[in-house]
Design a protein around this ligand. Structure first.
Ligand SMILES: Nc1nc2c(ncn2[C@@H]2O[C@@H]3COP(=O)(O)O[C@H]4[C@@H](O)[C@H](n5cnc6c(=O)[nH]c(N)nc65)O[C@@H]4COP(=O)(O)O[C@H]3[C@H]2O)c(=O)[nH]1
Length: 771
């Protein structure tokens, strides 16, 4: 980049050269005329060859210089070519000086022609004087002519050594010095003029730029040193809403909000200007209609010649669109898109803040962690859109039913958190308040929701924790509340529990089981055990597959322990799939075994989540085909819970599976609703009497009555009945008496691995075959 001063100098040098070129035609003309007249005057005294040669040299040089002149003026050269042209000009002038200087020797007439000598001296001096006017734009160029043209003359006069030539040589020397000084002064005057002209041009350009800048889209205002507005541009008047004229003469404060913080900021800006002469930042502008417009602004002082601030110039830009987007982004980062409630991040910040406040003031707050019971089933069964609508309603109900200072957030999925603040400073009373609030929320959430005009029932489990704890942050407090929530879920959901420290161990154990379960499939830790279903006459008529988990370092874990965890975590899907696939593989092995004594139908437990998988029917069908099994070899045991979740979907799936020949057993029959409606509507072929009825069976007891009722229902609907948990001959005898002849239980066999079960099967059924 070229510095401004350098640029100015270059411009001036160009102007100097231009001035000299402009004077060139006159100078050359004068030179030619003078040379011609001189040659003519001296021709009688000087040999014609010498005069001719000299005149030709002058003429040739002049022609050459004319050519240069035309070239230069027709196509003014670029600044980068300046050096070339000024050198060329210098050399031409030097040559011209040398040629005219040579005249002093070549054309000097003999001593007896003093008038001719005077004429030559007169012409040479005149040429020198003329050179001052045409060449003084550059002193070096003027000297390049004067010195070579006059020094030979001075020398010649000295060499002549006459009484008149010697003083004349002195006068010629003085003349050379004087015109050189004149040339220098003329050059200096010209430089001053050129500089002034350049400065003027620059000032005009600056003014034009300033006027253009003032028309910018940014607001610009100029005040005097007291802050009185002198000028404001169109953008400034548009942004502020004030007509330009009404602001002129007003204090800058007219444009600043009236509140205290704006006043403080104004003082801050004044101090920054006094200290640094500059300030930039964000502030608010009070518009004509009283709104506060956010702007990004700069202010700078302008100093006068004495160095004192004379004006201030302020620039400001409207930030409202940017602020709007920023606020929107901020809202999105801290709020849940579906419900508009604060999200987990804002919850954490709020809770940390409240914990610190409670610690400071010795107060209590409470976190209520809320989980919607079986919400996943709603989602799976009714679709995500209905699920979303439900979540929005839940969010609304929660927000509408908390007190002013309390806080509701969506933690994620179907989990919500409520923070209760300002509880009683006494712990028992605070706990009571939290329980009451939680109970109220539970009841409100349990009120029916509407879906296509029909009521939809949803309950919630709530875990409560009171804070603050010393040194424990929001995350830990939330974990405690979640722990209490787990306890509610374990105890059947739709309830409330307070956090107790011992709960944490249970949760940790559960988490560790969940983590171990994730690795169990890959680690090949599962095995199917088989338990025979026996006809009271003796033969094995069916078999139930029961899952076993050989958990490393824990031994065999009962499904009662891990199936609920698998259900909760969703791991039941890959696990249940493994069970189905393994059961089909086992059936295929047994069918192909010699004798076919174990070619039985196999019951497999299917969990609700697994059953409602969208591709469950296809999966079952794929496995049957893979092992080339008839569908009637497989019986799926489902619980009444499956039917309660979504009877229409359940019926549809069961009918599709029944078309492949599959049969269904209703597990734990008698413990739930045991609605006859299901039995009539669904393709169920077997009822399993729950072992709780079998274990307490005696002739007169209630359980006998229940078994009898089940038997009559089964008979009425033509269903098979299997009694579970038959342990003693008495129980078996009574069941027989009540008409239930297929039994499953330790009395016949415990669930056993495949080899043991096949051995039992072979012994029992083979002996029957022989008999
Ligand atoms: N006290 C006593 N118990 C007896 C007797 N006979 C059988 N049992 C036990 O009763 C349970 C019968 O299975 P369930 O009702 O389907 O109940 C099963 C079933 O709901 C679930 N489960 C087992 N395997 C699977 C599976 O592969 N998938 C799914 N989803 N659930 C499974 O775990 C539950 C418990 O299974 P297990 O621990 O194997 O417990 C089995 C079995 O070992 C007896 O005479 N006395």
């Amino acid at each position: 980049m070229v510095a401004p001063d350098e640029h100015l100098d270059a411009q001036i040098r160009t102007d100097q050269l231009l001035i000299m070129y402009k004077a060139l035609p006159i100078a050359l003309l004068a030179s030619l005329v003078n040379a011609a007249v001189l040659a003519w005057v001296l021709s009688p005294l000087i040999s014609i060859e010498v005069i001719g040669a000299w005149l030709s040299a002058i003429a040739l040089l002049s022609a050459w210089r004319f050519a240069g002149y035309f070239q230069y003026t027709r196509n003014p050269p670029h600044a980068t070519e300046h050096a070339h042209w000024s050198t060329r000009f210098f050399v031409e002038v030097l040559l011209s000086g040398v040629l005219w200087g040579a005249a002093a020797f070549l054309l000097y007439p003999h001593n007896n022609h003093p008038m001719h000598q005077m004429f030559l001296i007169f012409v040479l001096a005149g040429m020198g004087a003329g050179a001052v006017t045409t060449l003084s734009a550059m002193w070096s160029v003027a000297l390049a002519y004067l010195i070579p043209s006059l020094i030979p003359l001075i020398g010649k006069l000295v060499v002549e050594g006459t009484a008149i030539s010697l003083p004349m040589s002195l006068m010629a020397t003085l003349f050379l010095i004087l015109i050189s000084i004149s040339a220098l002064r003329a050059r200096n005057n010209l430089l001053e003029l050129l500089r002034a002209r350049q400065a003027q041009l620059q000032a005009v350009t600056d003014l034009r730029l300033a006027a253009t800048a003032f028309r910018s889209q940014e607001g610009i205002l100029i005040t005097d040193r007291r802050g009185l507005i002198l000028r404001i541009n169109e953008a400034g008047s548009r942004l502020s809403g004030y007509p330009e004229k009404s602001l002129v003469g007003q204090s800058l404060r007219t444009l600043l909000p009236l509140d205290k913080s704006s006043d403080q900021q104004y003082q801050h800006i004044v101090r920054a200007l006094a200290r640094n002469g500059f300030w930039s930042g964000e502030c608010y502008l009070r518009t004509h209609n009283g709104d506060a417009l956010p702007v990004s602004a700069t202010a700078a002082e302008v100093r006068d010649e004495t160095g004192e601030p004379s004006h201030f110039v302020g620039h400001f830009q409207d930030l409202s669109a940017y602020k709007f987007v920023q606020a929107r982004l901020d809202f999105q980062t801290h709020h849940d898109a579906l419900t508009g409630l604060p999200n987990r991040r804002l919850l954490g910040e709020q809770l940390d803040h409240d914990i610190a406040r409670c610690l400071r003031n010795g107060e209590y707050g409470a976190v209520i962690f809320i989980d919607l019971d079986h919400f996943k089933h709603v989602n799976d069964a009714l679709g995500h859109r209905v699920g979303d609508q439900l979540l929005e309603t839940v969010a609304r109900r929660l927000s509408d039913n908390i007190r002013g200072g309390d806080f509701t957030a969506r933690f994620g999925g179907d989990e919500f958190v409520v923070i209760l603040t300002d509880l009683d400073p006494r712990l028992p009373q605070a706990a009571e308040q939290a329980r009451n609030a939680a109970e109220k929320l539970r009841e409100i959430l349990a009120q029916p929701y509407r879906h296509h005009g029909k009521p939809l029932h949803l309950t919630a489990s709530l875990g409560i924790v009171l804070y603050p704890f010393e040194d424990e942050d929001a995350d830990t407090v939330l974990t405690y509340a979640d722990t209490a929530l787990y306890r509610v879920k374990e105890h059947g959901r739709n309830g409330i529990a307070f956090y107790r420290p011992d709960m944490l161990n249970a949760v940790r154990a559960r988490l560790s089981t969940e983590n171990a379960l994730r690795k169990a499939l890959e680690g090949n830790e599962f095995e199917l055990y088989y338990q025979a279903q026996v006809d009271s006459d003796g033969p094995i008529v069916g078999v139930e597959a029961l899952l076993r988990w050989h958990r490393p370092e824990h031994g065999m874990v009962s499904p009662g322990e891990f199936i609920p965890i698998a259900e909760e975590s969703g791991l039941i899907l890959p696990i249940g799939d493994w069970v189905l696939h393994s059961a089909c593989a086992a059936l295929a092995r047994w069918r192909s075994a010699p004798g076919g004594v174990c070619d039985l139908s196999l019951s497999v437990n299917v969990s609700p989540r697994q059953f409602f998988q969208p591709d469950f029917v296809e999966r079952v069908h794929t496995y049957l085909e893979e092992y080339d099994l008839p569908g009637d070899k497989l019986e799926l045991e489902i619980t009444e819970g499956v039917l309660l979740d979504d009877i229409t979907e359940a019926r549809c799936k069961m009918q599709q599976l029944a078309e492949y020949g599959l049969r269904f057993a209703l597990d734990d029959f008698g413990t739930g609703y045991s609605s006859l409606r299901y039995l009539q509507q669904l393709p169920i072929s077997t009822l399993k009497i729950d072992q709780s009825f079998v274990s307490d069976l005696n002739k007169e007891g209630d359980h006998s009555a229940i078994v009898l009722t089940i038997m009559s229902v089964a008979q009425h609907l033509d269903l098979k009945v299997v009694a579970e948990g038959v342990e003693t001959p008495e129980q078996a005898g009574l069941l027989d008496e009540l008409g239930c002849h297929v039994h499953q239980g330790y009395r016949y066999s415990k669930p056993a691995d495949e080899a043991t079960f096949l051995a039992l099967c072979n012994t029992r059924n083979a002996s029957r075959t022989v008999v």
